[in-house]
Design a binder for this molecule. Structure first.
Ligand code: ATP
Ligand code: MG
Length: 428
C-alpha cells in the first residue's frame, strides 16, 4: 500500500512558503484595521440551503461546484464555497443591523469548490473578503474598491487593472435579459453548449463565456449600459466620479456580469497582467437583495473577495522571502550539558528572545555549522563545565566575541542582550 496523499485540489503550505501567507495576512489585518473594518469568522460549513438561496441555483458555484454532504443526522450541509452568504446569515442571526449604522466586516479563510485544479485554481482555496452592510451610498461602492486597491498595493503588486460595470437593478436586468435573449435566439445553434443552456436558465452569464464563437456573436449584442434606468445610470456615473477623485483608474466593461446571482448595480474585477488564464485577483459588487433573500431585513450591501493563492503566486515572482529572524542558537555536548542547555534555551524564550536548540548531540563543529546557517545572531555554547557552574558561553557570531554569563544573571542582563541583538541584526 502506498502512502496516503492530500486530496486532489488541496495543497499543503509548507514552512518554507508559509512566510508569504503570514505576510499577506498581516498586511490584510493592517489595511482592514486602518479602514475601520472588523473581522468576522463564520463556520466552514453551513446548511446547503443557505448557498442555494443566497448564491442562486442556476450559478456555476451551486449547480456544479459545491462540496455538499449529509451529516450523521441526515442534514444537508455544504463546505462554504464563499463567505458572503455566511457573513450575511450571521449579520441577520445576531441582529447586527440593530447596532445601527453601517457594518464594515472582513474575513479571511478557506473556501471549497469542486473545480478542475490548475495554477491559481484549487478545490480548497483561501479568500480575503469585505462586506459593507447597511449602506446604499455609492461611496460605499467606491470605498470597498479603494480598500481592495490599497491592500493589493500594500503587498507590492503591480500591473493591476480594474474592470468596472453596472448591471442595474432587478427591473433593468429584466429588460436587458429580454433584449439579450431576443438577440441571441436566432444564433442558438451556433452557441457553445453551456451558453445554449444558459439562454433559458441564466442568459446574462453567457456574457462571461470563454468560447470564441459565442464571443464573436456577442460582439454585436445589446449592452446592459443601454438598459439602465436614469437612476441606475446616475448611480453608475457617481461611483465612476468617486473612483476618479480617488485616483483609481478603471475600464468600463459592459460584458462584466460576475457569476453569482445576488449582484445589483456595481460589479467589478481586479486583474493582474502577470498571471496566466486565472488573472482575476479580486472580484465583487453590490448585492442589495441578498439579506432579504435570506429572510433578513432589507439591507443594501457591497463587498468583494480576493483569492489569496493567486496573490501568493504573484508575490513569489516579485519578492524573495526574508529568513525568519532568530536570536540564539544553542549548542551543547555531554549529558549534563545537554540537559542544562534545554533549561537555558527555555529561559531565553521566557525572557522574550527566540532560541533554537540543537538536539543532534553531534560534535561541536557540526553544531556550529548549523548555528551559522540558522541566521542566529548569537550562539549559546554549553559544555559540561558550563553545566557544572550554571553558566553559558555566549558567542556573537558576526564579531566572534565571546562572553560568559551566569544563568542567575540572565534576567538582569536581558535589556543589554536585547540591544546587542538589535545591533547585530542591523549589521547583518
Ligand atoms: P473564476 O471566474 O476565476 O472562477 P469566480 O467568479 O468563481 O472566479 P468569485 O466567486 O468571485 O470568483 O471569487 C473571488 C475570487 O476568488 C476570484 O477572483 C479568485 O481570485 C478566487 N477564486 C475563486 N475560485 C477559486 C479557486 N477554485 N481557486 C483559487 N482561487 C479562487
Ligand atoms: Mg468560479
Amino acid at each position: 500500500m502506498g502512502a496516503i496523499q492530500a486530496i486532489r485540489g488541496t495543497r499543503d503550505i509548507l514552512p518554507d512558503e508559509v512566510g508569504y501567507w503570514q505576510r499577506v495576512e498581516a498586511i490584510a489585518r493592517e489595511v482592514m484595521q486602518r479602514a475601520a473594518y472588523r473581522e468576522i469568522r463564520t463556520p466552514i460549513f453551513e446548511q446547503t440551503d443557505l448557498f442555494e438561496r443566497g448564491i442562486g441555483e442556476a450559478t456555476d458555484v451551486v449547480s456544479k461546484e459545491m462540496y455538499s454532504f449529509k451529516d450523521r443526522g441526515d442534514r444537508p450541509l455544504t463546505l462554504r464555497p464563499e463567505n458572503t452568504a455566511g457573513a450575511v446569515r450571521a449579520f441577520i442571526e445576531h441582529s447586527l443591523h440593530a447596532q445601527g449604522g453601517t457594518q464594515r466586516l472582513w474575513y479571511l479563510g478557506p473556501m471549497f469548490r469542486y473545480e478542475r485544479p490548475q495554477a491559481g485554481r484549487q478545490r480548497q482555496f483561501h479568500q480575503l473578503g469585505v462586506e459593507v452592510l447597511g449602506s446604499a451610498d455609492p461611496r460605499a461602492d467606491a470605498e470597498v474598491i479603494a480598500v481592495a486597491t490599497d491592500f493589493l498595493r500594500a503587498i507590492g503588486l503591480q500591473n493591476l487593472s480594474l474592470e468596472f460595470n453596472s448591471i442595474g437593478d432587478g427591473s433593468d436586468r429584466q429588460t436587458y435579459r429580454e433584449a439579450l435573449v431576443n438577440y441571441l435566439t436566432p444564433f442558438r445553434e451556433e452557441l457553445d453548449e453551456d451558453s445554449q443552456m444558459r439562454l433559458t436558465r441564466n442568459p446574462l452569464r453567457i456574457l462571461d463565456t470563454k468560447d470564441a464563437t459565442t464571443q464573436k456573436i456577442l460582439e454585436n449584442a445589446p449592452s446592459i449600459l443601454d438598459h439602465l434606468s436614469p437612476e441606475s445610470k446616475a448611480r453608475f456615473d457617481q461611483v465612476q466620479q468617486m473612483l476618479t477623485d480617488l485616483g483609481i483608474a478603471f475600464n468600463i466593461n459592459a460584458r462584466l456580469v460576475r457569476g453569482l446571482d445576488y449582484y445589483t448595480h456595481t460589479v467589478f474585477e481586479i486583474q493582474s497582467a502577470d498571471l496566466g488564464a486565472q488573472a482575476t485577483v479580486c472580484a465583487g459588487g453590490r448585492y442589495d437583495g441578498l439579506a432579504a433573500e435570506l429572510g433578513g431585513p432589507d439591507t443594501p450591501a457591497v463587498g468583494w473577495a480576493s483569492g489569496l493563492e493567486r496573490l501568493i503566486l504573484l508575490l513569489q515572482q516579485i519578492q524573495p522571502l526574508p529568513i525568519a529572524p532568530l536570536d540564539f542558537y544553542g549548542v551543547s555536548r555531554g549529558d549534563r550539558a545537554q540537559a542544562f542547555a534545554l533549561v537555558v534555551a527555555q529561559r531565553m524564550r521566557q525572557l522574550g528572545f527566540s532560541a533554537d536548540l540543537d538536539l543532534s548531540g553531534s560534535a561541536f563543529g557540526k553544531q556550529f555549522k548549523r548555528a551559522d546557517r540558522s541566521g542566529a545572531i548569537a550562539c549559546l555554547i554549553i559544555g559540561d563545565a558550563e553545566a557544572e557552574s550554571s553558566t553559558v558561553q555566549l558567542k556573537w557570531l558576526k564579531s566572534g566575541e565571546q562572553e560568559e554569563i551566569a544563568l542567575a544573571n540572565l534576567e538582569g542582563m536581558a535589556p543589554e542582550l536585547r540591544q546587542k541583538i538589535a545591533k547585530g541584526r542591523e549589521e547583518a
